[in-house]
Write a protein that binds this ligand. Structure first.
Ligand SMILES: *Cc1c(COP(=O)(O)O)cnc(C)c1O
Length: 452
């Protein structure tokens, strides 16, 4: 499946198999591509040059990973039917495949029972989780750390639920003392635990949050949009492992197969521990649900039309790369963390860079550039120059503005909420480990250019 020729040959064969299923129909005219199609597609190809090379191992920046060829092929195949997983009328096979794919996610997390479905992305999946929280605890608020995805405060605004921001500690994890302080004052109905923050990959201390739950009583929602698949890794630190091991106890969890799950965009997922939350989704649709009394996914989802092709792509990928701890999929997740640890060690030993207080918990590494002035401003300016100089060497990094308290105490002349722009790399492609020398050489080259 590695060369494009094989990819298109396999796809053509599978398409013929799919078409055979409808061969008994009288032939009907099909839409032709049109005379200009070739020229337009050439234009598309040229326009798409204006991107970073996301799929290449030298792209070590934002959270971007190419979909697996099997996902791309299955998606393309399903597109010839273009099923809609809103209702069984619009996508019977792909709805069945969605149920099976979501069951695999639940099995991976060890959920004993659940209600869940795919969504267009992590944002909508989180919206459903907080919406259900608001239904169960009307008027009670949402709490998430200052490192949680900004979507939680925004969603709380949409749902008109009060939102409380909880301070994070110097490692980016939710500070339990700050959480307890807020619980004492407030009317908090749900605590969002981020298992893998988007900026630095910090895993909130779920065991401690469960301890506080005994005392204060609240729902726990795990936002594992980015970090969820790390539950399969065999090389997590003790604290991250302990957090992931408690996932079967949370009230709801979000995971994005379009981040680490090798899927094209348009694939998030929400799972609830209590299947009876399905009652909140009840509605009376006059036109969608005619074909059967079986469950239509639109009855347990806030989104109506959804791409059935996303479910088909995820299902196919899971067949090729099952979510088992000993399998290739899990190995690749572990390799990402290994690459991040390797990169972190190199950064720690490089005098021109400043490593953060703690080793990467998942596969995100961030690092500041040491300036002669020693101020966050000078370091930020230098980081931006290194970012550009690296890009000129085809090494693509990302920039992130983070609190200076994430760095060792003597690094910057500090005051509490000062920030510094750092470089950041998400080592999420399995190839990143093998390419580490190449990545490092280019980074050193960029540093030399900017610091001489
Ligand atoms: C990416 C992410 C989201 C948002 O998900 P989208 O799929 O981008 O909509 C929410 N929370 C966390 C922790 C994320 O990493």
């Amino acid at each position: 499946m590695s060369s494009p020729d094989d990819f298109f040959a396999l796809l053509r064969e599978a398409q013929q198999q799919l078409d055979a299923g409808f061969a008994s129909l009288p032939s009907a005219p099909s839409v032709s591509l049109g005379d200009d199609a070739a020229a337009i597609l050439q234009q598309v190809a040229l326009r798409m040059h204006d991107n970073y090379p996301y799929g290449h191992p030298l792209y070590a920046g934002q959270m971007l990973k190419p979909p697996h060829p099997i996902a791309r092929a299955a998606y393309a195949l399903a597109m010839s039917v273009n099923p809609n997983n809103h209702a069984l009328d619009g996508g019977r096979a792909s709805s069945a495949m969605e149920l099976e794919a979501v069951a695999e996610l639940a099995r991976m997390f060890g959920l004993p029972q659940y209600l869940g479905h795919l969504s267009s992305a992590g944002t909508f999946a989180n919206l459903e989780a907080l919406w259900v929280s608001g239904q169960i605890h009307p008027g009670r608020g949402i709490a998430a750390s200052d490192q949680a995805h900004y979507t939680h405060s925004r969603i709380s605004g949409v749902l008109e639920l009060p939102f409380t921001e909880i301070a994070s500690d110097d490692t980016g994890r939710m500070d339990l003392a700050a959480l307890e302080g807020a619980l004492k004052i407030g009317n908090i109905g749900t605590v969002v635990a981020t298992l893998g923050t988007t900026a630095v990959g910090a895993v909130d201390p779920l065991p401690g949050i469960f301890e506080l739950q005994k005392k204060y009583g609240f729902r726990i929602h795990a936002d594992a949009a980015y970090g969820g698949y790390f539950t399969l890794a065999n090389n997590l630190g003790e604290e991250a492992r302990a957090a992931f091991d408690l996932v079967p106890m949370v009230d709801s969890i979000v995971i994005d197969p379009h981040k680490h799950g090798l899927q094209p965009y348009g694939c998030g997922a929400i799972l609830f521990r209590d299947p009876s939350v399905g009652r909140f989704y009840k509605h009376g649709s006059p036109y969608t649900y005619f074909s059967s009394k079986d469950l239509h996914l639109g009855e347990i989802s806030l989104e109506c039309s959804r791409a059935g092709a996303s479910a088909v792509a995820l299902w196919a990928t899971q067949r090729l790369l099952p979510y088992t701890r000993a399998g290739e999929f899990a190995r690749n997740i572990s390799t990402g963390r290994e690459a991040a640890l390797d990169f972190y060690r190199r950064i720690s030993a490089e005098g021109r860079l400043i490593a953060p207080c703690v080793t990467p918990q998942l596969d995100i590494v961030f690092y500041a550039v040491r300036s002669s002035e020693g101020t966050p401003e000078a370091s930020s300016a230098l980081a931006k120059r290194v970012f550009d100089a690296a890009a000129e060497r085809n090494l693509h990094l990302a920039l992130a503005t983070l609190p200076v308290r994430f760095f060792p105490a003597n690094t910057f002349s500090r005051h509490a909420d000062m920030h510094v722009t750092c470089l950041r790399s998400v080592m999420m492609k399995p190839d990143h480990l093998a390419w580490m020398n190449e990545i490092w050489q280019r980074l050193e080259g960029a540093l030399t250019e900017c610091t001489r």
